[in-house]
Design a protein. Structure first.
Length: 183
């Protein structure tokens, strides 16, 4: 058996009791604070993960929107290329278009009275005429007018057309100068 002697003064006993109570309170608060700190750390990790996921979804959304805009721009660019190609084709057609109205006006101005054209045909830049003239002089006047014109060259009237003096059925061919068709 042990005998305990209490030799400590009352003041020291109170101080030891307070110290013991303080340690117990501190121990209990630690038991309370450790799970609270772990819970806060867990919440911060969840917040960080959610924030990261939100930022990545925003980035992905903006990338998708920019891809859509890029596709739309590509579609417009393709349409512009097609339209420009069509315009180029039309421009080439228009630049190579031959203005026969100018040639027909010039031909109408060089045909003298008494000469009637019954058939008119073209091949490339060459014109073939069939018609009737009242006299050989009218036919020769037509030939001279065509020779003197700035729009026609290489006028060819077969000699067989010049044999008959009156009511001459004729045929002739000549070349149109390209500049007259381009005006």
């Amino acid at each position: 058996m042990k005998i305990y002697l209490d030799l400590l003064p009352q003041e020291k006993k109170n101080e030891l009791r307070r110290s013991k109570i303080f340690r117990r309170i501190l121990h209990e608060e630690m038991l309370f604070l450790v799970p609270l700190v772990i819970f806060i750390a867990l919440l911060l990790n969840i917040y960080y993960l959610l924030n990261f996921q939100y930022n990545s979804s925003v980035t992905l959304s903006s990338v998708n929107k920019s891809q859509d805009k890029y596709q739309e721009l590509n579609n417009y660019e393709e349409k512009f290329k097609k339209v420009n190609a069509s315009i180029d084709i039309l421009s080439k057609i228009q630049s190579s278009h031959l203005h026969w109205l100018n040639v027909l006006d010039e031909l109408g101005s060089v045909v003298p009275e008494g000469v009637y054209i019954s058939d008119f045909s073209t091949k490339n830049y060459q014109i073939f005429l069939l018609g009737k003239a009242r006299s050989r002089d009218n036919l020769l006047a037509l030939k001279n007018n065509l020779d003197n014109s700035d729009c026609f060259k290489d006028v060819n009237v077969p000699l067989s057309n010049l044999v008959v003096k009156d009511n001459v059925d004729f045929q002739m061919d000549f070349v149109v100068i390209k500049d007259c068709l381009k005006k």
